[in-house]
Design a protein around this ligand. Structure first.
Ligand SMILES: Cc1cc2nc3c(=O)[nH]c(=O)nc-3n(C[C@H](O)[C@H](O)[C@H](O)COP(=O)(O)OP(=O)(O)OC[C@H]3O[C@@H](n4cnc5c(N)ncnc54)[C@H](O)[C@@H]3O)c2cc1C
Length: 570
């Protein structure tokens, strides 16, 4: 089933659901008119449909492999990268002075999502470059920016991020890669990094690694970490890739999915690196890249879920089996339970996409206005966008397998690939558990103020909607109140473990309420349409889950620890 880019859905959502007009109304993004938005979405969508989507199976069936120390990518991926690069899609939001388009992150996020629907394993390559571009833009010296940014933005070179080591996964502060200062102002980087996405390829002239390492006087933990740019080939005096740096790909991981993306074990043996940002300020610099990537990975979830939904819908509209309760024999799409699955998939994708794009709008507004309230909104929504976006991608693609029946379990339909590929999105870029802990700890350091502001907006909208949709509006208002109470409870807990115990259900409960709010916006924009029906379905059938989730969120940690590890074993 060919992928169809849902361009008009994005346009509707930007216009009526996430308030993109506020972004295009700023001076910084005044060029992002509806015509420009439409042109970008249509062009990128076409590239996704025509170039990237046909590569999806190639990547799965012919994984990237390591040949004499060089990564050989899946058939067609080099051409796919070229199309992405030539379209300018790597640099949508990158600075214009270095060859980017300088457009809002909201547009970048929409395009990334479409690329993820078409071919997730290839999309991860530009996503890594985009994060690196942003980190360099904010933290690198002018010399580094002038040399690297144009090459990364044009796609001649590519970027990676190197945090993880065998003993340092979620706990990045446990890393042991070393950086020794050299006489010429550069550093010698030594250590091993694992799981490095797109650590090498055979289609860019250079691969630029952002590597976290510790200086000789760096203290233990995250405070002693610095960030270094370590190119595969050291640029010569003309900026062309020169001699090979002291680094190599040791092996590629054999994975459950995402086979087209080479996941590398990297070895650095005194490799030449340049400090990015301040000494011991690596985490601050890396966070720029990680926040960008977190939103991007949330979009990967929704994107792959969209691909899975389109795939399942097409199958359901062709497959004939059984009779409906009324006795008609049609396709399985006529059966109530299959309808339940298809509607759930569509409604969940809408909710998750709206959360992600509203986070992107907050980032754009923060960039355009510098206002602290927008920064707080963006910070609050980022973990929700990442975790709910990816959970939704996984849930939807799993449901896509179920819609296919037995054929979902048979690889040739491609339904299982969406599930296998998207599964990692809940793990990398900070597991979803870590995202939820971030939400209930760091993002509540304001005493819940940013969350309360958002709840005020949701309740105001629900009150205004009462005249048009009394039942839906009342359900949304009540749910927002329940979330308010849960947020107050969380903020009242001084023992962080009581917050952490309920962090994941709290995040999901929060996302449920946000999803209902955005569905209500869509219904208000087009009353009497299918959007109202979808909102009705979400608010009646999916929103009620928030009650159980938010009760769980307030259960505290006591019961979890009263059961001993021995009891768990017994
Ligand atoms: C395909 C793939 C691609 C990747 N790409 C990259 C990349 O490009 N660059 C890079 O640097 N890394 C990359 N990673 C690594 C990825 O970011 C880590 O796997 C992830 O951060 C989790 O670390 P871990 O695997 O060590 O799991 P662990 O940290 O061991 O976590 C195991 C479990 O324990 C939980 N846990 C851990 N600590 C805590 C805590 N304090 N509180 C509560 N729960 C906790 C986790 O949530 C998880 O459920 C990639 C991984 C994969 C699989």
């Amino acid at each position: 089933m060919p992928y169809r880019a849902p361009v008009s859905d994005y346009e509707f959502m930007l216009r009526h659901v996430v308030g993109f007009d506020r972004v295009s109304g700023t001076e910084r993004y005044s060029e992002a008119s509806s015509d420009v938005v439409s042109a970008i979405l249509n062009e990128a969508g076409k590239m996704c449909e025509e170039v990237m989507a046909p590569l999806q199976r190639n990547g799965d069936l012919n994984p990237a492999r390591l040949e004499n120390g060089v990564v050989r990518t899946s058939p067609g991926f080099a051409e796919g990268w070229k199309a992405i690069a030539e379209g300018g899609w790597i640099g949508i939001s990158a600075p214009e002075e270095h060859g980017g388009m300088g457009l809002p992150v909201t547009l970048l996020t929409s395009v990334n999502e479409m690329m993820s629907s078409a071919c997730l394993s290839l999309e991860l390559a530009p996503l890594m470059s985009m994060g690196q571009i942003e980190a360099l833009e904010h933290h690198a010296s002018d010399d580094i920016k002038d040399l690297y940014l144009p090459k990364l933005i044009s796609g001649e070179w590519s970027g990676t991020m190197n945090l993880t080591e065998p003993q340092a996964g979620s706990d990045v502060g446990a890393l042991s890669t070393k950086a020794e200062p050299l006489d010429d102002g550069t550093y010698a980087i030594t250590g091993q990094k694992i799981y490095i996405s797109w650590g090498d390829n055979d289609f860019t002239e250079n691969v630029c690694h952002l590597v976290l390492a510790r200086l000789p006087d760096g203290v233990a933990g995250t405070k002693g970490i610095s960030l270094f740019l370590v190119p595969k080939n050291i640029p010569d005096e003309n900026g062309a890739p020169g001699v090979a740096n002291q680094l190599k790909v040791v092996s590629l991981e054999h994975k459950m999915g995402l086979h087209g993306s080479p996941t590398c074990v990297m070895q650095y043996d005194g490799a030449k690196g340049w400090l990015i940002g301040k000494e011991n300020g690596g985490m601050a610099a890396m966070f720029t890249m990680m926040n960008n990537a977190r939103l991007g990975v949330g979009g990967q979830g929704v994107g792959s879920g969209e691909g899975a939904y389109q795939h399942a819908l097409a199958y359901a509209m062709e497959r004939k089996q059984g009779r409906t309760a009324e006795g008609s024999s049609g396709t399985i799409a006529e059966h109530a339970d299959v309808r339940r699955m298809l509607m759930t998939m569509k409604a969940e994708l809408f909710a998750a996409r709206a959360i992600i794009l509203s986070c992107a709008v907050a980032i754009d507004m923060q960039n355009a206005t510098g206002e602290a309230d927008w920064a707080a909104r963006a910070a609050l929504l980022t973990p929700i966008a990442k975790a709910f976006g990816t959970d939704t991608g996984i849930d939807v693609s799993e449901m896509g397998v179920q819609v296919h029946g037995g054929m979902g379990f048979i690889e040739e339909t491609g339904a299982a690939q969406y599930y296998r590929d998207s599964r990692v999105t809940a793990i990398y870029e900070g597991t979803n558990g870590i995202q939820a802990m971030d939400l209930v700890a760091r993002k509540m350091m304001d005493g819940g103020e940013a969350a309360m502001h958002l709840l005020d907006e949701i309740e105001t909208q629900a009150e205004q909607a009462k005249a048009t949709f009394p039942d839906m509006a009342d359900a949304v208002w009540q749910a927002a109140e329940t979330l308010r109470e849960a947020t107050e409870w969380l903020n009242g807990q001084s023992d962080m473990n009581d917050r952490f115990a309920g962090a994941v259900p709290y995040l999901r409960g929060f996302a449920r309420v946000l999803g209902a709010h955005f569905h209500l916006s869509a219904a208000l924009a087009e009353p009497g349409s299918a959007r109202e029906t979808l909102a009705q379905f979400y608010i009646t059938c999916l929103l009620p889950e928030h009650g159980g989730l938010l009760a769980h969120a307030q259960a505290g940690a006591k019961d979890l620890y009263e059961m001993s590890l021995e009891d768990l074993v017994a």
